[in-house]
Design a protein around this ligand. Structure first.
Ligand code: CMP
Length: 139
């Protein structure tokens, strides 16, 4: 098993609802090492660039508006098979379809306000980590 890194975002709804501690704690219990962590209110430009692959989707503008409405928590997490394990822990994109006990089932409201983001592949993770963190911060 290879050690990997993934970008995690605790989204505005979960921050507003007071779930930062529970979510970070769950990641640590799942064996993730927190390599970097920062709280930040995203600008539209930063959110639009991050979600550029979704630019043509009908939900793009609403997603950017949601992601910029209040602060998020940005984290770089590391462990064996981090990307696939993280996706199991957070559950399906739509909280209504996520398995019991997953973070999106516990703290998500709907497909947009789904509590957390995670990278979906190693190349995506590299881009996403580099979008928010400098090389020095993740060294
Ligand atoms: P995330 O993991 O942050 O990656 C892209 C996001 O787009 C996704 O989580 C959802 O929050 C959002 N998304 C995906 N599909 C839809 C949809 N049909 N309607 C609204 N938002 C969506």
């Amino acid at each position: 098993m290879a050690v990997e890194r993934t970008l995690s975002i605790i989204k505005p709804n979960a921050v507003e609802d007071g779930h930062i501690g529970a979510i970070v704690s769950r990641f640590e219990q799942e064996g993730f090492r927190i390599v970097a962590l920062r709280m930040e209110q995203l600008t539209r430009a930063k959110a639009e660039g991050f979600y550029a692959v979704h630019r043509e989707r009908p939900f793009f503008n609403a997603l950017v508006t949601f992601m910029t409405r209040s602060k998020v928590v940005l984290m770089v997490l590391e462990r064996d098979s981090a990307i696939s394990h993280y996706r199991e822990v957070i559950g399906a994109t739509d909280p209504a379809k996520a398995k019991d006990g997953t973070i999106r089932k516990l703290y998500g409201k709907n497909v947009e306000e789904n509590a957390v983001h995670g990278s979906d592949a190693p190349e995506t993770a590299r881009f996403e980590i580099g979008w928010f963190f400098t090389g020095f911060e993740v060294a």
